[in-house]
Ligand binder design. Structure first.
Ligand SMILES: NC(=O)c1ccc[n+]([C@@H]2O[C@H](COP(=O)([O-])OP(=O)(O)OC[C@H]3O[C@@H](n4cnc5c(N)ncnc54)[C@H](O)[C@@H]3O)[C@@H](O)[C@H]2O)c1
Length: 305
């Protein structure tokens, strides 16, 4: 018995990396999988791998940020497998540059693939579930680059923070119809991140894998949490953001207000704000200047692993 027996799941960007791992795990848990992928060869290869292992899968090519292609993911799930139970929005790209050097195209491409690429399949899935009066599960892919910020990633971080906010609001809107919406912030070594690693780090990792040790940053490590969030076992969980890497699953605290100053029922004067603003920093322990929030992360690729 798998956690997803009889279920139908779409995974976008499932031709490689984290999405491939998610598609294989959902299939191993009993789901029929729609493999959404921009690169048709990579998508077909994953669908074939699932079928060869005795599972059910179909590849759907196309750009997830294109309305027709995104709608086709849902219509294919229903036409091929009779229903849709979960959607995993995973497809993504990077175009890293510091802000002053960032081109219009690098901004637009990243915002489009991530935000529009989450919006379109999610809208199609929610429309289907509302019409069919069925519950459904959504898993979106945020990033610590959005939740904490990361140098050189204004475009990517803005998109990923937007995805976390998008997921929270979809969760509110879907609650009455039994639609859950959660986001993950994964960390794994994939085509997207491997090239950013020094040779020395890669060599050390390869040796550890050869020795049969647990590969903390294998993209497949993200998939078990995602399969769980696609299942009815997680029906009571919605609007949450989970960190996931290696054998670790974390929960992120949403943005929240932690200190306040008021002005006795009168509009503030800017000079008075200037004299009292430090009260907020003292009360909260938050530092006034720019912080490297990534330094507070529990797990960093180059830290202990
Ligand atoms: N690898 C990490 O450490 C990490 C960290 C945080 C977030 N993420 C996020 O996880 C997701 C998967 O990343 P990955 O590391 O597996 O990257 P990857 O490059 O290995 O895989 C991404 C897949 O998405 C596909 N894709 C890209 N644009 C597409 C589009 N417009 N339509 C359809 N498919 C498209 C690519 O062809 C590729 O197969 C992304 O959203 C990424 O931002 C990854």
């Amino acid at each position: 018995m798998g956690l997803l027996d009889g279920k139908v799941v779409i995974v976008t960007g499932a031709g490689r990396g984290i999405g491939r791992g998610e598609a294989l795990e959902c299939a191993a848990q009993g789901a029929a999988v729609v493999v959404g992928e921009f690169d048709p060869d990579a998508g077909e290869a994953v669908a074939k791998e699932i079928i060869a292992a005795g599972g059910r899968a179909v590849a759907v090519g196309g750009d997830v940020a294109d309305t027709e292609a995104a709608t086709k993911l849902v219509s294919t799930a229903v036409a091929e497998f009779g229903q849709l139970d979960a959607l995993v929005n995973n497809a993504g790209i990077l175009r890293d540059k510091t802000l002053a050097k960032l081109s219009d195209d690098d901004w637009d491409a990243v915002i489009r693939v991530h935000l529009r690429g989450h919006f379109l399949p999610t809208r199609a899935a929610v429309q289907y579930w509302k019409e069919a009066k069925r519950p459904g599960h959504l898993v979106h892919t945020a990033s610590t680059s959005g939740l904490l910020g990361n140098f050189g990633q204004t475009n990517y971080g803005a998109a990923k923070a937007g995805i976390a906010a998008f997921s929270t609001i979809v969760a509110m809107e879907g609650a009455r119809g039994g639609i859950t919406s959660n986001a993950i912030a994964p960390t794994a070594l994939t085509r997207m991140t491997l090239d950013l690693m020094p040779d020395e780090f890669r060599a050390k990792r390869d040796e550890a894998i050869e020795r049969g040790e647990f590969d903390f940053f294998a993209p497949e490590n993200v998939a078990p949490l995602v399969a769980f969030l696609c299942s009815d076992e997680s029906s009571h969980i919605s609007g949450k953001v989970f960190g996931v890497q290696g054998d670790s699953v974390e929960i992120f605290q949403p943005f929240t207000s932690v200190a306040e100053i008021t002005n006795g029922g009168k509009r503030w004067d800017p000079a008075d704000i200037s004299s009292r603003i430090d009260e907020l920093f003292t009360a909260s322990g938050i530092q006034a200047g720019a912080e490297n929030m990534m330094a507070r992360m529990r797990y960093q690729i180059l830290a202990e692993h």
